[in-house]
Design a protein around this ligand. Structure first.
Ligand code: SAH
Ligand code: SF4
Length: 372
């Protein structure tokens, strides 16, 4: 069951460590900070993870890294390609757990959708990951490993990575895994990391208000918020975290984040569920919440999965809904469904979650898990 990714290794994972933290590790080795920067160039610039190949470092340091550091990547369990070019990898992250990563090619850009947790404890009623339950958080190394693996698998085009955008929209609630996600973001936007513009890195959250506030203190990447309903009564049913952080509080934190980070706007995601949240009255409710605010809206046609009880809204309902928002001056797009033939579309990622940990809303464990 256990691949090499699970073998006992005492080495410290250096992948995914922000520059300042990596420099501290090297200081602990008695090395100058520029050695940490050299390592970043190898890992992220060249995708090289074998210390023996890092030829601009001293032999002694290479040997030390080979012993003290851990550069192993999760193994690829499966890889599937959709008819539309979307690619999904299933990765082994130990103890039989599997997480999924998806690459979505589009004209002029390529988006990698990364997972941040094994499963998810938020339990939104329309989401396959939520139905899987939660096992554990991924480390920053396991998040960045998804980028390295995808880059290796996809190869370069004209010497450049095919990945131009990264979204934390795979399995898991990224803000419930705060520190590793912030660390990974730092590597993604660092000049010695993946050099992505902060606007091309998006963290999507179901609405963990304290963590949104904290995120604004620590980074300035783009924020997407899964709204899915214009009122608390309906949102409580669809996104259970709303019972703890209702819409008014959530939006307050969003506007604060936009201001603090000089964001062009917050993207609100809204899954279109037939007969549930797709009436014209719901659209008008959204107008009240979002008009004249730094807000964009992404309507997501519901993607079914085994055991789901919802249906996708009709094209006509979607168009009517969108028009009401557009007429109110809210920038609204319908997200094109990609990779649904290989269960790689929004909300279809399930991986494999063993030994689920129960994280009831409001429990102590819930606090511990979410405030790290
Ligand atoms: N946990 C984070 C990010 C992952 S999900 C979050 O909830 O924001 C990425 C987006 O897909 C979210 O907006 C989520 O609500 C949406 N989604 C989940 N299940 C879906 C489904 N079955 N069909 C369409 N979108 C879905
Ligand atoms: Fe978790 Fe997001 Fe799915 Fe909700 S939609 S269960 S927060 S992954």
């Amino acid at each position: 069951m256990n691949g090499p990714a699970q073998a006992a290794v005492s080495g410290q994972a250096l992948l995914g460590l922000p520059r300042a933290e990596l420099e501290q590790v090297f200081a602990g080795y008695g090395e100058k900070p520029f050695r940490a920067r050299q390592l970043m160039r190898w890992m992220y610039g060249r995708g090289v993870l074998d210390p023996a190949a890092m030829t601009d470092m001293s032999l002694a340091l290479r040997e030390r890294l080979a012993v003290d550091a851990d550069f192993r990547l999760p193994e690829i369990d499966a890889c599937q390609e959709s008819a539309d070019g979307t690619v999904k990898w299933r990765l082994r992250v130990g103890s039989g757990q599997l997480v999924e990563t998806v690459f979505i090619p589009e004209e002029g850009r390529g988006t990698l959708c990364v997972s941040s947790q094994v499963g998810c404890a938020i339990n939104c009623s329309f989401c396959a990951t939520g139905h899987q339950g939660f096992n554990r958080n991924l480390g920053a190394a396991e998040i960045i490993a998804q980028v390295i693996i995808a880059n290796r698998q996809l190869g370069l085009i004209e010497g450049r990575s095919r990945i131009t955008n990264i979204v934390f929209m795979g399995m898991g609630e990224p803000l419930a895994n705060f520190r590793p996600v912030v660390q990974a973001c730092s590597v993604l936007i660092d000049d010695l990391g993946y050099q992505l513009s902060r606007r091309r890195v998006t963290v999507s959250t179901s609405g963990l208000v304290p963590q949104i506030r904290k995120l604004g203190q620590e980074t300035n990447v783009a924020l997407a918020v899964s709204l899915h309903a214009p009122d608390d009564e309906l949102r409580n049913q669809l996104v259970p975290i709303n019972r703890r952080h209702p819409i008014a509080e959530l939006l307050e934190a969003c506007w604060e984040y936009a201001e603090l980070t000089n964001a062009v706007g917050i993207t609100f995601e809204y899954v279109m569920l037939a007969g549930v949240n797709d009436a014209e009255s719901h659209a008008r409710g959204l107008v009240k919440l979002l008009a004249n605010r730094p807000a964009k809206l992404n309507l997501i046609p519901f993607n079914p999965f085994p055991g789901s009880n919802y249906r996708r809204s009709s094209g006509a309902a979607l168009d009517r809904f969108r028009q009401i928002l557009i007429d109110a001056g809210i920038m609204t797009i319908t997200r094109r469904t990609r990779g649904d033939d290989i269960a790689a579309a929004c909300g279809q990622l399930a991986g494999q979650v063993n030994n689920r940990v129960r994280v009831p809303l409001g429990s102590r464990l819930h606090e511990v898990t979410w405030h790290n």
